[in-house]
Design a protein around this ligand. Structure first.
Ligand code: E4P
Length: 215
């Protein structure tokens, strides 16, 4: 499973990239707003750090506005993937962009029928927000499994980009189900590397090493 980092904080991206584990980046308007910078300047800096798919979201919601904005966002860098909301006009935009060779990430997916339509419209990625489904006491992971089954049943090429990941168990379950990508905050990437037995084992090795005679 590919790992994307879900942040607009370039310091976090640089830190995770140095570990060699980041395949791409997702952003959204809420994350970019936290930086106090323009959307374009943030995306262009991210593209210099990571050589992989970088999602940047359109801010319009009408058909013509989304199309115009998406075509512009796609010129920012060859690795930019345009994020389009999963609304009926958004699907029209995805169809047009796909026909023009522009990659899309269809965002805010909360049901298997939405995911099926996004794939039929030619989306490059579908972003099911599993954590937000868990938040309303539903089962976000069920949606990841349903999308995997539907896409495999009919040979859709759309990649499942599991989003709104909140903790390492989400990551493991997504990988077992066969999500193509998991996008997660910097904090979760660090949690993936942590284990108390690793820390305890290292502490013991270092304590014992101190008893080894120098010669
Ligand atoms: C993905 O593209 C979204 O930006 C993100 O995963 C949303 O996560 P949240 O539900 O934690 O805001």
């Amino acid at each position: 499973m590919k790992i994307f980092i879900d942040t607009a904080d370039v310091a976090e991206i640089r830190d995770a990239a140095a570990m060699g584990v980041v395949d791409g980046v997702t952003t959204n308007p809420s994350l970019v707003a936290q930086t106090g910078r323009s959307y374009r300047s943030v995306i262009e800096e991210i593209c210099e750090i990571i050589d992989g798919p970088i999602s940047a979201e359109v801010l319009s919601t009408d058909l013509e506005g989304m199309l115009k904005e998406a075509r512009d966002v796609a010129t920012w860098h060859p690795n930019v993937v345009v994020k389009i909301p999963l609304i009926p006009d958004g699907l029209k935009v995805v169809r047009t962009l796909t026909d023009e060779g522009i990659k899309t990430n269809v965002t805010l997916c909360f049901s298997p029928t939405q995911g099926m339509l996004a794939a039929k419209a030619g989306a490059t990625y579908i972003s099911p927000f599993l954590g937000r489904i868990d938040d309303i006491s539903w089962d976000g992971m069920e949606l990841i499994g349903q999308l995997r089954t539907i896409y495999d049943n009919y040979g859709f090429d759309t990649q499942i980009l599991a989003a709104s990941i909140r903790h390492p168990k989400h990551v493991v379950e997504c990988a077992l189900i066969g999500a193509d990508v998991g996008t997660m905050p910097h904090k979760v990437i660090l949690q993936l590397a942590k284990h108390p037995l690793t820390d305890a084992g290292l502490a013991k090795f270092l304590a014992d090493a101190a008893k080894i005679p120098p010669t």
